[in-house]
Ligand binder design. Structure first.
Ligand SMILES: [Zn+2]
Ligand SMILES: [Zn+2]
Length: 278
């Protein structure tokens, strides 16, 4: 399974892009940087994008890639929960902010929506994909993507405390997780449904107690202003746990995976948070 981090941050600047992942050449997760990190040819190779939640940094490139693919006479399928689809149709591809590419061209639209239901596996681009509800300030899911050789990656999307409850019945080899804030912002992170390095330490230690191992971990969605601090704190956490944790950067290729144990059962649902920071 070829895994590439496109954007690795929560805010776009000249040196940072919002979070997107690419699996193989055809399957992407979150639309933070699909158009800013991929050539037109690479965008045309995409067959599907999985969206974790409706915050703008995760859906921002849906209108942009839709226009590109419309002009190139290509198509893409957008998989998300019904809540995310409704938000995009109401506020972005609504015929006012941008054309309704879900209806254009007539008879063969550029963009097709498909609804993901939590815990119900779907085969997408030859991968088994399962959406797992996670704890964030709006309805959000993470995705586990498995290939036919048993390689599995779990991407958390945006999440926060209680992530361990969501991972209870999964056995990914690679965990791609958000860590948005540094430890001194732990109260803010808890209130807004985000992780800090110490929060991730807690999750990984809990995961090892449950499963006997810690998946190779890739950190994304850092706030650029805290990146240095986050990097130092992640290094401490990795050293304390004896775990391999990598802070991602834009356009980072993750080395090939080895086979993993299969997944089982139905994970617990996250606990609600109330405040709003995407
Ligand atoms: Zn975000
Ligand atoms: Zn968010």
């Amino acid at each position: 399974m070829k895994l590439r981090v496109l954007g690795a941050h929560n805010r776009e600047t000249i040196t940072t892009k919002c979070t997107s992942l690419l699996i193989g050449d055809v399957l992407s997760i979150d639309a933070g940087s699909l158009t800013s990190c991929l050539t037109i040819s690479a965008q045309k190779r995409l067959e599907a994008v999985l969206l974790t939640h409706a915050h703008f940094d995760h859906i921002r490139d849906i209108p942009a890639i839709a226009l590109n693919l419309y002009r190139e006479r290509a198509r893409i399928t957008v998989y998300s929960t019904i809540e995310v689809r409704n938000m995009i149709e109401a506020h972005l591809l609504n015929g006012e902010i941008y054309p309704r590419f879900q209806d254009l061209p007539r008879g063969c639209p550029t963009l097709q929506f498909k609804t993901m239901r939590p815990y119900e596996p779907e085969v997408i681009c030859g991968y088994e994909v399962i959406a797992i509800p996670v704890n964030h300030s709006v309805t959000a899911v993470g995705y586990q993507v498995s290939d036919s050789r048993g390689n599995a990656v779990f991407y958390t999307g945006d999440t926060g405390p209680f992530l361990i409850d969501c991972l209870r019945d999964l056995c990914p080899q690679i965990l791609v997780t958000e860590v948005t804030f540094s430890d001194r912002y732990s109260p803010l992170a808890a209130d807004t449904g985000h992780l800090t390095p110490s929060g991730l330490h807690h999750v990984l230690a809990g995961f090892r107690r449950l499963k006997g191992y810690i998946p190779r971990t890739i950190v994304v969605h850092m706030d650029p202003a805290m990146e240095k601090e986050i990097g130092e704190e992640i290094e401490e956490a990795a050293s304390d746990l004896g775990a391999l944790i990598t802070v991602a950067h834009a356009d980072m290729l993750v080395p090939e995976l080895a086979p993993a144990a299969p997944t089982t059962g139905k994970p617990h649902q996250g606990h609600p948070v109330v405040n709003y920071i995407p």
